[in-house]
Design a protein around this ligand. Structure first.
Ligand SMILES: Nc1ncnc2c1ncn2[C@@H]1O[C@H](COP(=O)(O)OP(=O)(O)OP(=O)(O)O)[C@@H](O)[C@H]1O
Length: 637
């Protein structure tokens, strides 16, 4: 058998296991939304035309004389089919096998692991993941795709066919013109889609924003036959101009929403959007959206970014990451520049001054949108914060020019708010500061529970001072950039000597000095007993209910950050804790009274306890348990 013979054979191949699962789910979960198949297929056709237009910038021969890109939708009542065709880029055999037989997308694993079996929840998830081509099988019992890649011979076209059950066939065929035709053989009961009126209505609803003409056969009423009759003439059924080039007043909310779904491959409406034409030194249009829900790969800083770049309405590239700072990677949308060259590459983008101007301008627009939302639609802002707050925090380090604006947008959990919800802004905090308070206090820990139960909080609770409770992974990193707000330093309550002096009255100060003096001998004994294990032992006034706690010096890394560094396999400097004891606590009294032979045991127990409360893992947990049991037995004996 020669090479050509092999190539010319029809072949049957199995879908990737994930595709089978997705198809099954889609048919069952999205049935109530079945007409979206048309939006998805038109969206793919439009993308295919964009790709051709882009490739043709370098290789105009690809057009082969046919530069009028368009999408056509036809139906055939007798054959019970609906066909969506485009004269875009088309697919080779290998491309069809890869694109229509597998799912190769970031977030696939997360998607499958999150499925629950609950129809409604899964439908949401599928929508978020992207339904695409496979949605055809919601209404079709068989789908055939006839495609010829731009630039290849008529005889090198392919026919892909499947009933969506697990396999597809692919055969070599001839096709006179370039592009792709997708034909849906409708399932029984789906005859609704076999009408010009119905299809036009769906196209206008979902696909009006598509910038290419979507054409259908003209139809006229035939009184004799008493039905609509198709004419041999095409007419355009959408507005067919790029939505972002229209004036804001001419675009309805629904149109913005459908446009968003098309470019973001999202199922849900966006949370908010901003649409502007910028003129002056740089000329560009931006239409940027904030999604409702975080995509599956939000945490992948290298993952896809959502902004599409156009130059004078010609599609240039997806995920143009230079157009937005990384901390705004959740934003989706379109930027259309009037200044960049059509043959712009990713490398050029990196150095272009125009791109820098666009990036700065876009970041400012998004921040304004968020500021407006925070001020006027607090509930919507909470929704935003829950999904994307952690990413926005990265901006404090990444975008120094806008650091203050970002700081105002931050929200935290706090001792003065309910539960773990992050609702308190730094401005709220400052407005509630006590007289004489000149710092913003926070505690950071591995989890909200650890932060809110930190022994360091005791004196703050007693004095009614608010403390922000930080437990997101990004917080420590953020804090290394965000050192103050509104002229007030952000101070960890677990670091350094507690300087609540400005808030203590004379009486309290005097009392503290006396206590320190009284406990000096005990402190010295403890220091000797603990030796190298601690940097220092001292008496504190920060504790109310706990006998002891550990702190680190002002300029040292916090224990929480150290643990994160160690977990990430990074070398971290050794930081010895400072043990602080609560002179008022009964256990400290017990310590003082302990027989000499037990003293160092008590001292170690106190230190280990304080480490545990702080969230640390003990170096010798078994020794701790043994020690505690022995002392407990001594007490009860
Ligand atoms: N009309 C078409 N012309 C050329 N290629 C197409 C066409 N339709 C689909 N494809 C190819 O098949 C791929 C898969 O399409 P599919 O709709 O499943 O996913 P998608 O468009 O990439 O993303 P989503 O699922 O979010 O819509 C596309 O990325 C594209 O490469």
């Amino acid at each position: 058998m020669t090479q050509t013979d092999i190539h010319e054979q029809s072949e049957t191949l199995g879908f990737q296991a994930e595709v089978k699962q997705l198809l099954h789910l889609m048919i069952h979960s999205l049935y109530s939304n079945k007409e979206i198949f048309l939006r998805e297929l038109v969206s793919n056709a439009s993308d295919a035309c964009d790709k051709l237009r882009f490739e043709a910038i370098d290789n105009p021969d690809l057009f082969q004389g046919d530069t009028d890109l368009r999408i056509r939708v036809e139906y055939d009542k007798d054959a019970r089919t609906v066909t969506i065709s485009d004269n875009g880029i088309g697919m080779t055999r290998d491309e069809a096998i890869a694109n229509l037989g597998t799912i190769a997308r970031s977030g696939t694993k997360e998607f499958f692991s999150q499925l629950t079996g609950d129809k409604q929840k899964d439908a949401q998830l599928i929508g978020q993941f992207g339904v695409g081509f496979y949605s055809s099988f919601i209404v079709a019992q068989k789908v055939s795709v006839l495609s010829r890649r731009a630039g290849v011979a008529e005889t090198d076209a392919i026919l892909w066919e499947s009933d969506g059950q697990g396999e597809f066939s692919i055969s070599p065929v001839e096709k006179a013109d370039r592009g792709t035709s997708v034909t849906l053989y409708l399932r029984d009961g789906e005859d609704d889609f076999l009408g010009g009126w119905k299809l036009r209505e769906i196209l206008r609803r979902y696909s009006d924003h598509i910038s290419l003409p979507i054409q259908m056969h003209k139809e006229e009423w035939d009184a004799e036959k008493s039905e609509q009759v198709k004419k041999n003439e095409w007419e355009t059924v959408n507005q067919a101009n790029a939505l972002w080039t229209r004036a804001k007043s001419e675009v309805t909310d629904e149109q913005y929403q459908e446009f968003y779904k098309h470019i973001a491959h999202d199922f849900d409406d966006p949370l908010a959007w901003t649409h502007n034409r910028v003129e002056g030194r740089s000329e560009y249009t931006q239409l940027l959206f904030i999604p409702k829900r975080a995509p599956m790969d939000l945490w992948d800083r290298e993952g896809k970014r959502g902004v599409k770049l156009y130059v004078k309405r010609v599609f240039i590239m997806d995920d143009a990451e230079q157009l937005l700072p990384t901390y705004l990677r959740f934003v989706r949308g379109v930027i259309d520049s009037a200044d960049l060259p059509l043959n712009v590459s990713r490398e050029i983008l990196q150095e272009s001054r125009d791109v820098r101007v666009i990036r700065e301008g876009s970041a400012k627009r998004i921040l304004s949108l968020l500021e407006d939302m925070a001020e006027n639609k607090p509930e919507q802002y909470t929704e935003f914060w829950t999904q994307f707050g952690q990413v926005l925090k990265e901006g404090t380090g990444e975008d120094t020019n806008n650091k203050e604006r970002i700081a105002k947008l931050l929200r935290f959990a706090s001792t003065q708010a309910e539960g773990s919800a992050q609702t308190v802004s730094l401005a709220d905090y400052v407005s509630r500061m006590k007289e004489g308070q000149d710092k913003i206090y926070y505690v950071s820990a591995d989890s909200f529970a650890a932060a809110s139960n930190s022994p360091h909080l005791e004196i703050f609770r007693k004095k009614g001072l608010e403390v922000l409770l930080l437990s997101d992974r990004v917080d420590e990193w953020m804090l290394s950039y965000l050192r103050e707000f509104d002229g007030k330093p952000l101070v960890s309550i677990a670091k350094g000597g507690l300087d609540l002096d400005t808030l203590a009255d004379e009486e309290e100060k005097k009392h503290q000095a006396e206590v320190a003096e009284t406990f000096k001998p005990l402190v010295e004994r403890l220091q000797t007993a603990l030796g190298e294990k601690v940097k220092e032992v001292r008496v504190t006034s920060r504790l109310v209910d706990s006998p002891a706690c550990v702190v680190v010096d002002e300029n040292e890394l916090s224990p929480h950050l150290l643990r994160m560094l160690q977990a990430a396999g990074q070398s971290a400097p050794e930081v010895k804790p400072i043990l602080e004891i609560n002179p008022e606590h009964a256990l400290v009294g017990r310590l003082q009274a302990a027989p000499e032979e037990d003293f160092s045991e008590w001292a170690l127990l106190l230190l280990d306890q304080a480490m545990l409360a702080e969230g640390a893992a003990l170096a010798e947990p078994a020794a701790f348990v043994k020690r505690m049991n022995r002392l407990l037995l001594n007490q009860t004996a």
